[in-house]
Ligand binder design. Structure first.
Ligand SMILES: *[C@@H]1O[C@H](CO)[C@@H](O)[C@H](O)[C@H]1NC(C)=O
Ligand SMILES: *[C@@H]1O[C@H](CO)[C@@H](O)[C@H](O)[C@H]1NC(C)=O
Ligand SMILES: *[C@@H]1O[C@H](CO)[C@@H](O)[C@H](O)[C@H]1NC(C)=O
Length: 415
């Protein structure tokens, strides 16, 4: 996902400023969640009988997954203001670090596993404990090695992880444990899940929204580049010892208020989403699935398990049957400043530059899919997390809730 906001203009790098200014109009992007869990085990990735529950989650992605890295690195440019964070009070963090009204998929995963919220890599100096994993995701990140919105594309995040791992194994510094640092640290990596809930949404949205490229061009060039980058990331992590991966595709970005606003004149599908934009997300899903199949073959026999999370179809299920999941509004942003889809790129959610559009949200974010026009509400993320953990839209079959005795009690709490 992309972060687009007035504050984005403050980023330090000139080249990004120019590009970001061009993108303020576009913000669109849902993201691709790639989740990669690693669990060292089973020789057969297709069987859950040998499945070993992950002890930690090492997380990569973009603004659908970033819980504070971009804000830590760009304190002014990436700062989010109310009503961001309005629906959930984070006890361990200020609460405005997420591009939503509350929790993201990774936060629900933490709660289900009874882990603390995963610490952000960029906050390492704050004394976080990373025994249960860490989050390397950056808002604005591309999968491909491009830096339209932020330099921290996927494979930079993987580099950060390798650096972090090597320092952790040398010192045990971020893994306090009374029984001694080395074994707990090592186990957190060996028995960890390498999780990419979603990435690629920015690659695609930059192409369509900022560069104004038509769908066939995006499908021919940006889709394979993004999928190839995910392949490189998984391969690098695998070569460093990772064995359990969860990798997600992108939700249908043509259903986002930002895309619906920008491409209002284009043909819509049966869900009133921008048809050719969703076709790009479908093509990316197909490419990502092929990558996953190739990697399973390459790694077969060494215990690697790679699970594909189909966020696209999971989202389509919600858009198709919103009432089943408690949603009443699938087309308008909860937080925006008017227009048919409650999205106006000049006054986005959390706007503080000029008074006052974008400073208020709908009264019931829990019944909205879209939060700010680009990103989703915590209610939507909660449902995607439930699908994932319950083994829906996941292949091969894996029911983490049953396998790992997960508990969703905290999912509906407000702090
Ligand atoms: C992907 O990244 C590479 C390396 O930066 C770049 O040369 C290439 O143009 C990018 N591809 C796309 C489609 O942006
Ligand atoms: C959605 O589900 C259909 C049917 O299982 C599948 O063929 C398609 O590849 C899925 N889409 C994506 C983007 O993975
Ligand atoms: C996964 O397991 C949980 C707990 O046993 C169960 O409630 C849920 O229905 C299962 N999911 C599916 C898709 O069968």
């Amino acid at each position: 996902m992309i972060i687009i906001s007035e504050q984005s203009h403050n980023l330090h790098c000139d080249i990004y400023m120019v590009k970001m200014a061009a993108m303020v109009e576009m913000l669109v992007v849902l993201s691709v969640l790639v989740l990669m869990p690693i669990v060292g085990v089973a020789a057969d990735w297709g069987s859950s009988s040998n499945f070993k529950c992950p002890k930690a989650f090492w997380i990569f992605g973009d603004s659908l997954t970033d819980t504070g890295n971009s804000q830590a690195s760009f304190p002014t440019a990436s700062r989010l203001y109310p009503p961001y964070g309005m629906s959930y009070t984070f006890r361990d963090k200020p609460g405005f670090n997420r591009y939503s009204d509350g929790r993201l998929i990774v936060d629900f995963v933490a709660q289900a596993f009874d882990h603390p919220f995963y610490g952000t890599y960029a906050h390492a100096l704050n004394g976080a404990n990373y025994l249960r994993g860490a989050n390397f995701a950056y808002a604005g990140a591309d999968a491909n090695a491009t830096a339209f919105l932020t330099p921290f594309h996927l494979n930079i995040q993987v580099d950060d992880f390798l650096n972090f791992k090597s320092k952790a194994l040398d010192t045990g510094f971020y893994f306090p444990d009374p029984k001694g640092p080395y074994q707990p640290v090592l186990n957190a990596f060996i028995d960890g899940a390498y999780f990419i809930p979603e990435i690629g949404g920015n690659d695609l949205a930059v192409a369509t929204n900022a560069l104004n490229l038509p769908a066939p061009v995006v499908i021919a060039a940006f889709v394979p580049a993004a999928a190839a980058a995910v392949k490189t990331a998984i391969t690098t992590l695998h070569d460093s010892g990772a064995r359990l991966f969860f990798v997600g595709n992108t939700p249908p970005q043509g259903c986002n208020p930002a895309q619906l606003t920008l491409f209002d004149n284009r043909p819509k599908d049966s869900l009133n989403c921008v048809d050719d934009i969703n076709s790009i997300n479908r093509a990316y899903g197909t490419a990502l699935r092929q990558v996953v199949d190739q990697l399973r073959t390459s790694f077969s026999g060494d215990g690697t398990q790679i699970y594909y999370i189909d966020n696209y179809n999971a989202s389509i299920e919600i858009y198709t049957n919103p009432g089943t999941y408690g949603f009443t509004n699938t087309q308008q942003a909860c937080c925006g400043s008017g227009g048919p889809y409650n999205y106006n790129s000049a006054f986005t959610c959390g706007n503080v530059v000029s008074c006052c559009p974008g400073q208020s949200a709908c009264a019931t974010p829990g019944s909205y899919v879209a939060w700010d026009g680009i990103h989703y509400t915590q209610a939507f993320y909660r449902q995607l997390a439930k699908f994932f953990l319950n083994g829906q839209f996941v292949s091969p079959a894996l029911n983490l809730t049953a396998e790992c005795h997960l508990d969703f009690t905290d999912f509906y709490k407000v702090k």
